[in-house]
Design a protein around this ligand. Sequence first.
Ligand code: ZN
Ligand code: ZN
Length: 580
Amino acid sequence: MAADDKSHKLETMRHSASHIMAEAVKSIFPDAKFAIGPAIEDGFYYDFDLPRPLVADDLPAIEAKMREIISANLPFVKEEISAKEALKLFADQPYKVELIKDLGADKVTTYRQGGFVDLCRGPHVKATGEVKAFKLNSVAGAYWRGDEKRPMLQRIYGVAFAKQSDLDDYVKKIAEAAKRDHRKLGKELDLFSLHEEAGPGLVYWHPKGATVRQIIEDFWKAEHRRRGYDIVYSPHIAKVDLWKISGHWNFYRENMYSPMEIDEIEYVLKPMNCPFHILMYKTQIRSYRNLPMRYAELGTVYRYERSGVLHGLARVRGFTQDDAHIFCRPDQIESEVKDVVELAQFMMKSFGFSEYEMMLSTRPEKAVGSTESWDMATEALKNVLEKLKIAYHVDPGEGVFYGPKIDVKLKDALGRLWQGPTIQVDFQMPDRFDVTYVAEDGQEHRSVMIHRTVLGSMERFFACLTEHYAGAFPLWLAPVQAVIIPIADRHAEYAGKLAKEMRDKDLRVQLDDRSERMNLKIREAQLNKVPYMLVVGDKEIENGKVSVRLRTGEDLGSQDFNDLLVRMKCLIESRELNKL
Ligand SMILES: [Zn+2]
Ligand SMILES: [Zn+2]
């Protein structure tokens, strides 16, 4: 069976499960009003208007009823009836009545199974027995038609699969995802926090999270310098007038914070770094020989996101983009985009992401600039992907208002996709700011701008990294690389000496000289996912050795201290991802 047929079949089965769930709910709440019940990724939901709010404890009874309906193997019977008949049939179902009226058709179709009939265009499975492996997983509030002025309904989510083993795999994957949730690990490993009382979506990087971020930033900076970028800094606010020139004020305002007045002039927090880099570029006349110029900045920007979509570090209101703007000649676009794609691939590989998906996003409805320049920019991006033989999908209308883009989605250890690098070719902003270079002909010509990030944002990338490694960061990224554990108080001084020696060698080490039992200290270090635990007692002091345990639970036994340092340094310098 083709993959498409298979997914269509699965979707039909999932949607059928939603009808079965509706029948089950009706048998428990005879007065229930029914809204809609579509299939979704992995499962289905149905929205109900019920006499009381549902709780998770209601689900087992609904599930049990569903199993009865499934084992009765009731046929799904399709019927075509006139809209008039349908209005009569669903007279006590206000949401269905609204749907029928909105359809405006003369005839509608219904599906009946057992004692339950629903307005539906189908398709459905032949009989309820075809729904094999399902599970109801949650209840949530949902506004009728997503409109907060309409009634709040009760939504039950379920999952359904072709066979039990698929459902079991899914349940396992969800449990694993919950274990790896960066919000949970952020607390447990003391990496970061968010403070509702100080403002949602604003991130506080604790020492351990900040350490990982610094290592990423140092690596990022060094790699950019190596590849011909100049690192710059720019302010956090600018006059509204600047954002009017850039087009943000007209095309991006709903994502920007309200202006603040300074000396009777309005300023806003920056949602992007682009205009600032343009101002720096424009401080001198640039010759064709100077191009390309590449300004890179870890620029902190602020964007308004609805509070409902904020999610840990993955969706925030203040974040640091690993941004850069390349100013180049039109004939340099392709080679520059190619270099950026390769840099992005190198960065992803360095952090352990070998699989990703590329999307080419084209002109959105709200956009500046001519169709020709959009076509040219889109063509350039496409050519690079094709020349590099990178498979990609087209995402129509998902470009930014000033240009098309390549979006890279990283695949994490659980196969989930995360928004990563982006690359945008832009002819518009150089036009709006009159950005030029002097060409060989001695005349001023329009420069082209490439906007790009190779990680995305520090916040989201860190969230992704945390979940990818379940908090057990590779040695080169680990906030604490080793804990030294003296067995008794009399070993503390020696342990302190070792700690100092490691720090002098730029290793991140902690001395755990609390008067606790050794096993407890080892257990804690393991929970904190510290790669190495070095235990020292009488024997070790005598031989200049340390007893080495790994966070994996592996016991390496007695090791020469200096050999261990060489081994650690070697793994760190090669940015080893798996080995300890
Ligand atoms: Zn249906
Ligand atoms: Zn930009």
